[in-house]
Design a protein around this ligand. Structure first.
Ligand code: XCC
Length: 656
């Protein structure tokens, strides 16, 4: 029997439409082409033109003598470097936007969150007292840029990690010296004829990944907060049903908030709304896909159409008038799909063009003007719509759980801390916590592993924080609302009810995994749960990962002390030696292992055992699933009706 393609009913319905329209999508291509069996598990070396060498069957070394371990390690290291480069270059763009804003060259951006500015200034060693916010912001931007280009000085945000973790990094020689430097050094070391010891290569990969998580990504998140505001809880909706039949639908897809925030501003301008009406539309409906969606969802409550595997299907509905893309996770196939309908695919980044798409280059110096131009292109396209079908599926959600808010919600502005959370973990009300993040992958059923892992964890009293495409999967399923309390174990439910939060907290986009690092650092230093992140009863998951960025995230979670389970399959399984390095050897050195486990049931079982072992090592109360069972009946889990959520949902001011 054929594998199920998706568990999302909106996707299943729209996929059937695509097929009856004669349109091919990623789901069809996945059944036409199997993954290359040699490259898939790290057995292919294409680092020089004597190859590619295939280290399978009779051959177990390349022409140069490179072993299976060297080849698998080099490939993984390069993938991590590429992922780190993608996140970090996003972070650099944020720093450049902040610099332009501070110097008055980007008039459409402002310094929105001065408290955050002061906090970031502190860790970047920028003076704040008695200085204008623009002066501080300029120095913050320059210091951030210096973190990319420095070749000697340690990346500043490393100082945010618990002291014990910093010590471990320095002892192992993996504290990053400049974000760019570590990426370049991975590329250099993995060039033919260079670093040929698998463990040594992978140590550099860790250094590069730490430069991503505690460097490029953290700066990306922090500077976005300075420019656009630090997120707090916001109600919104998700899935293909958020598209509108009678309004101009503009979909933003990609990653950077610099553009999408400007599109939010543009679609709310009365002149553009009027212009949309002049074309026969009722208004403008802005929605998002992938992480740029997460960015404007977290801060503005803009609805989310779907995650990575839903991108082509949004166009298949026939109602997307413009799909505006910037960088990362954008399928080239969008242009071909758009040709069957009326959608205009608009590329905007100087770094990412797609043949056949309309290119309107984004420039932060004229940001709003360009956003207006893009929105106008979408409006002009509205009258060209043909047959349309929007699947009637949406769910409501609450997002916006920045670490600042998580701190605040545990005691308010004056008594905010991580104490209540730590106490709940210590007493066993909450068994532990897990970050469940990452992509969709067309080799496995869309959202199936994501939702299995999240539901199993909360059922077992493990608090879940989520980002990226996992967060969108959870949103579509309704897991980001307090209404799903009945799915949570009794201890977790009680804690979530008293704080007033869902058992699954949406913390943002891919770069916002850095927010999870900050939460972990705060839990580790709050007291009662050891002194280091590796002491905490926590786990990481990327059940449906596909991108190199996910490998970098997994690697910096592990480097930070979080044992992590990646789903789908293993890119290094051709070398037992490499598997041993990233599991047992890293466990010894870093206190955490990097597992690739395609079976989500097995992964969850192992993670729960890992969490319980950490609890025992900390001499905490032994976790018991029944201890808090009596409180389950105190109040109904479903304490907030869906109508109330509908009322609270994001309302676009301009809709008639
Ligand atoms: Fe991309 Fe960030 Fe992966 Fe989703 S989760 S497919 S990287 S959009 Ni980060």
């Amino acid at each position: 029997m054929a594998r199920r393609e998706s568990i999302d009913p909106a996707v299943v319905e729209t996929l059937a439409k695509a097929r009856s329209d004669g349109v091919t999508t990623v789901f069809d291509r996945a059944s036409l082409t199997a993954p290359c069996p040699i490259g898939h598990n790290g057995a292919c070396c294409s680092n020089c033109f004597m190859g590619p060498c295939r280290l399978i069957g009779k051959t177990d070394v390349g022409l140069c003598g490179a072993t299976k371990a060297t080849v698998a390690a080099r490939n993984l290291a390069r993938e991590i470097a590429s992922g780190a480069a993608a996140h970090s270059d996003h972070g650099r763009d944020m720093a450049l936007a902040l610099l332009a804003a501070a110097e008055g060259d980007a008039p459409d951006y402002e310094i929105k969150d001065e408290r955050k500015l002061a906090k970031v200034a502190q860790y970047l060693n920028v003076a704040v007292d008695g200085r204008a916010k623009e002066e501080i912001a300029k120095d913050v931007a320059l210091a951030a840029l210096g973190n990319f280009t420095s070749t000697k000085k340690e990346v500043d945000a490393v100082g945010q990690a618990p002291p014990k973790r910093q010590e471990i990094w320095r002892r192992l020689g993996v504290s990053p010296r400049g974000i760019d430097r570590e990426i370049v050094e991975v590329l250099h070391r993995t060039h033919v004829g260079n670093d040929q010891d698998a463990e040594h290569i992978l140590t550099q990969a860790l250094r590069c990944a730490i430069g991503d998580g505690w460097g490029g990504s953290m700066l990306g998140t922090d500077i976005s907060d300075i420019l656009f505001g630090t997120p707090g809880p916001v109600a919104a909706r998700a899935n293909l049903g958020v598209l509108s039949e009678d309004e101009v639908n503009i979909v933003v897809h990609g990653h950077e908030p610099t553009l999408s925030e400007m599109v939010v501003a543009a679609v709310n301008e009365p002149e553009l709304v009027e212009y949309a009406r002049s074309k026969g539309a009722k208004g403008i409906n802005l929605v998002g896909i992938c992480c740029t969606a997460n960015e404007i969802l977290m801060r503005q409550g803009v609805p989310v159409v779907g995650n990575f595997l839903s991108q082509e299907l949004a166009i298949v509905t026939g109602v997307v008038d413009a799909m505006v893309v910037d960088i990362q996770c954008i399928m080239q196939a969008l242009v071909g799909v758009a040709e069957h309908y009326h959608t205009k695919v608009i590329t905007t980044s100087p770094k990412a063009r797609i043949t056949g798409a309309t290119h309107v280059e984004f420039d932060e110096h004229r940001a709003l003007e360009i956003a207006r131009e893009i929105v106008r292109l979408g409006i002009d396209n509205f009258p060209n719509r043909k047959e349309a079908r929007i699947p009637a599926y949406t769910n409501h959600l609450v997002a916006g759980f920045s670490h600042e808010y998580i701190n605040y919600m545990q005691g308010g502005a004056y008594r905010g801390s991580f104490r209540p959370l730590n106490d709940s973990i210590m007493s066993g009300r909450i068994r532990g916590a897990a970050g469940v993040v990452g992509c969709n992958n067309a080799r496995v059923t869309q959202d199936d592993a994501h939702l299995y892992v999240v539901k199993e964890l909360i059922k077992n009293d493990v608090l879940v924080v989520t980002t990226g495409c996992n967060a969108i999967a959870c949103a579509k399923e309704g897991l980001l609302t307090p209404e799903v309390m009945d799915l949570a174990g009794p201890g977790l439910r009680e804690v979530c009810q008293t704080i007033g939060i869902p058992p699954v907290l949406h913390m943002g986009s891919c770069v916002d995994n850095s927010r999870i690092l900050t939460v972990l650092a705060q839990c580790a230093t709050e007291g009662g749960l050891g002194e280091d992140i590796s002491d905490l009863p926590v786990a990481g998951f990327a059940p449906e990962w596909m991108s190199e960025k996910a490998l970098s995230i997994g690697a910096y979670f592990v480097a930070s002390g979080v044992t992590t389970w990646m789903g789908v399959g293993s890119p290094v399984s051709n070398s037992d030696a490499v598997v041993n390095i990233i599991t047992d050897v890293w466990k010894e050195k870093l206190g955490a292992a990097y597992y690739f486990e395609p079976d989500p049931e097995k992964a969850v079982k192992e993670a729960l055992a890992h969490i319980d072992a950490k609890r025992r090592a900390l001499k905490l109360e032994e976790y018991s699933p029944t201890r808090y069972a009596t409180s389950a009946g105190y109040f109904p889990g479903d304490y907030l009706g869906s109508e109330e959520f509908e009322r609270a949902s994001y309302r676009r001011t301009q809709t008639a």
